[in-house]
Design a protein around this ligand. Structure first.
Ligand SMILES: Nc1ncnc2c1ncn2[C@@H]1O[C@H](COP(=O)(O)OP(=O)(O)OP(=O)(O)O)[C@@H](O)[C@H]1O
Length: 231
């Protein structure tokens, strides 16, 4: 499949703040459509905030966000908003990804159920479908959250450190899953400290103390990603 090279989202001199504290400073960047972009940077450099801005859940203090994607972005955050005590199964949790399309109280269609099954399959959790969410390990839960994000079938998928807590085999599987999504027309932006995932991405954005840093040479960025720091 031929990739287009236009931007799915363009940030123009975006500043973002929490109250009086500015955390993103004059960020101008493009997220290429139908590509995997890795968002890198040290703890606290502003990655989650930038994802929130791109998702439209954190309004910039100044600057502009230009959008060329067509659907509501799917944002998968590090910690689930779903409490352990909520009596939902893995299948039901993944099906929540369809609510934006179907509405909370409408029955899922056969097509929705097929999407849910496909997403569980991709993340290797089909055998856990009937398990209560509260009984899962951290990694199984993280896979469920990723499957829920995929189930939204948005053309813009935003992931905040999707490999956190996953075993090595699943971590290694993530880049291929993201590349498959791109081939299906999805734009992926994911914050990561994983050097392999950073290397495999088509494009990288580095944040350093809230500012976009120039793309580092491969060797330097690998060393930086290895120690989980910005370059
Ligand atoms: N809700 C909040 N209220 C106030 N400050 C916040 C809030 N969320 C984040 N911050 C601050 O904003 C800065 C950027 O945080 P952000 O979570 O975007 O960084 P990050 O690069 O995603 O970090 P990490 O790698 O640790 O996830 C940090 O200094 C953080 O303390």
């Amino acid at each position: 499949m031929q990739h287009s090279t236009h931007a799915a989202v363009a940030l123009r001199a975006v500043c973002a703040a929490y109250g009086p504290t500015t955390v993103l400073r004059e960020v101008t960047a493009a997220v290429p459509a139908r590509r995997v972009t890795a968002l890198l940077g040290a703890n606290g450099s502003g990655k989650s905030t930038l994802l929130g801005v791109v998702a439209g859940v954190h309004a910039p203090a100044s600057g502009a966000v230009e959008r060329f994607h067509t659907e509501r972005p799917a944002l998968v955050v590090q910690h689930s908003a779903v409490p352990d005590s909520l009596p939902v199964t893995v299948r039901e949790a993944v099906a929540m990804g369809r609510w934006a399309h179907r509405g909370l109280w409408r029955r899922l269609t056969a097509a929705d159920r097929a999407i849910v099954a496909d997403c569980m399959e991709r993340l290797g959790i089909a055998d856990l479908a009937a398990r209560p969410l509260g009984s899962l390990s951290g990694g199984q839960r993280q896979r469920t959250l990723l499957a829920q994000g995929l189930a939204q079938r948005s053309d813009l998928l935003l992931l905040d450190e999707p490999a956190t807590g996953l075993d090595a085999a699943t971590q290694e599987a993530i880049p291929a899953i993201l590349e498959d999504l791109c081939a299906d027309g999805v734009t992926v932006l994911h914050a990561t400290h994983d050097p392999q995932a950073a290397r495999r991405a088509d494009h990288r954005l580095h944040l350093r103390e809230g500012r976009l840093a120039p793309e580092a040479p491969e060797r330097e960025h690998r060393a930086s990603a290895d120690r989980g720091a910005a370059v």
